[in-house]
Design a protein around this ligand. Structure first.
Ligand code: FES
Length: 156
């Protein structure tokens, strides 16, 4: 779609941003409340967005699809200059930073899946033996019972 030169600098209403980005108006308001996007107010106190917001919303949607928390997305977007459309180079830099986080989450999920394989067909849900019931129970190496709440047990 070609934008007429006269249209190029016209700011967009929230409805236009919603229609073009495929994101609900309420979601755009939410993004704005979280500091992910910004608008200006016209004389009638209505929100107006510069066109660069469309690319920011696209980045937010793709990042959310990969499970990046909104706080991390906001932090990453805050590194971009306001008022400039995020470029392909910006996107490469942001997505490279998120790839490491995605790889880490994938590896944790693979570990959980492997532990679940142990549980399938077992059903013990044992605090001592089940890796999913009590995955990081380092205190169990000190003995049974509430190790942090029972000082007597510690003295034994
Ligand atoms: S249910 Fe038995 S090991 Fe998890």
């Amino acid at each position: 779609m070609t934008i007429k030169p006269s249209e190029r600098h016209r700011q967009l209403t929230v409805g236009e941003v919603a229609a073009r980005s495929g994101v609900a108006v309420s979601t755009l308001h939410f993004y704005e409340n979280k500091g992910l996007i910004q608008s200006e107010r016209n004389r009638g106190n209505q929100r107006r967005y510069s066109r660069e917001v469309l690319r920011r919303v696209a980045i937010i949607k793709v990042a959310q699809r990969t499970g990046i928390p909104l706080a991390s997305i906001a932090e990453a977007l805050s590194t971009l200059p306001q008022g400039r459309t995020p470029t392909a180079a910006d996107w490469r830099r942001l997505s490279a930073g998120w790839k490491e986080d995605l790889d880490d989450r994938i590896n944790k999920l693979i570990g959980l899946r492997d532990q679940l394989n142990t549980c399938i067909g077992c059903g013990c849900l044992s605090m001592q033996d089940c890796p999913l019931r009590n995955p990081w129970d380092e205190l169990s190496e000190q003995g049974p019972g509430p190790r942090l709440l029972d000082p007597v047990a510690d003295a034994d």
